[in-house]
Design a binder for this molecule. Sequence first.
Ligand code: NAP
Length: 306
Amino acid sequence: MNSKVIIIGSGPAGLTAAIYASRANLNPIVFEGDQPGGQLTITTDVENYPGFPEGVLGPELMDLFRKQAVRFGAECYFKYVSKVELHEKPFKVWVGDEQYEADTIIISTGASARLLGLESENKLMGHGVSTCATCDGFFYKEKHVIIVGGGDSAMEEAIFLTKFAKRVSVIHRRDELRASKIMQERVFNNPKIDIVWNAVVVDIEGTQEDGVKAVILRDTLSLETRKFACDGVFLAIGHSPNTSVFSGMLEMDKQGYIIIKNGSTKTSVEGVFAAGDVADHVYRQAITAAGSGCMAAIDAERYLQS
Ligand code: NAP
């Protein structure tokens, strides 16, 4: 089966690309992956997506994106791409044993926030546990929150959270931060932020109804555990781009993010475009991903025309 455009991934980038590509009569096929809707489906309220003055639930927003794409003829399949071949045209895409061919490919497989791997973290995700301070910080006015991690993201998010929270505790597993000196200084100089050194979160206490009440911290030196009361847990222990299936076929940076040409969504392979978090470790917002999805569809259309 040959398509003009195959879109891999169904977050804001992939589905926006699908809206634009279907309205350009390119009949895109979208392989949604194993988390249709992407990272927004594990958040609750989204209050920063323009056009929703009262806010919108993450899964609902993605459902609206999908409906809009389908309305114009995009075909969305709950399928996971297991293999691709990009060295000759048409490009080949496999879903298990099924093989598809496409003249262009838009990669929008996103990135996944690294998690601690706790059962309680899974249960309370979106109910007091978050991987995005920009998205959820607003819900913690005058609360005490913790942020896990010692890198630039953790520092940036800790500072951001002080706009709302009355206290922010950074929980870091070592006795020095990985973050740049300037970010460290800002954190050290912020009276609302304190740092708990040599500590890891081994459990999170709370319920989906009432949110987080406390975490259990283990001291990495003494191995002793203690309860640490807090109202919210923000994880900032890094992200991993979902690019393993493209490894060796496209130029990527050392963290595995796809490198795109300035001001476009073009990758190192002509006819293959990348949009959203898979090529962006800086902004990582639904609206920026959607914007780049639109760019990818326009880039694909122009490539096909030429
Ligand atoms: P990162 O630099 O990889 O830092 C991740 C942090 O999480 C590290 O401190 C790490 O601890 C900790 N960590 C990892 N796994 C953990 C676990 N299982 N339990 C507890 N802690 C864990 O990631 P990032 O902060 O997201 O930054 C990614 C890149 O973006 C970096 O290059 C960063 O400089 C850049 N960035 C820049 C800015 C800026 O300049 N404004 C803002 C954000 C990000 P260890 O230190 O012990 O390894």
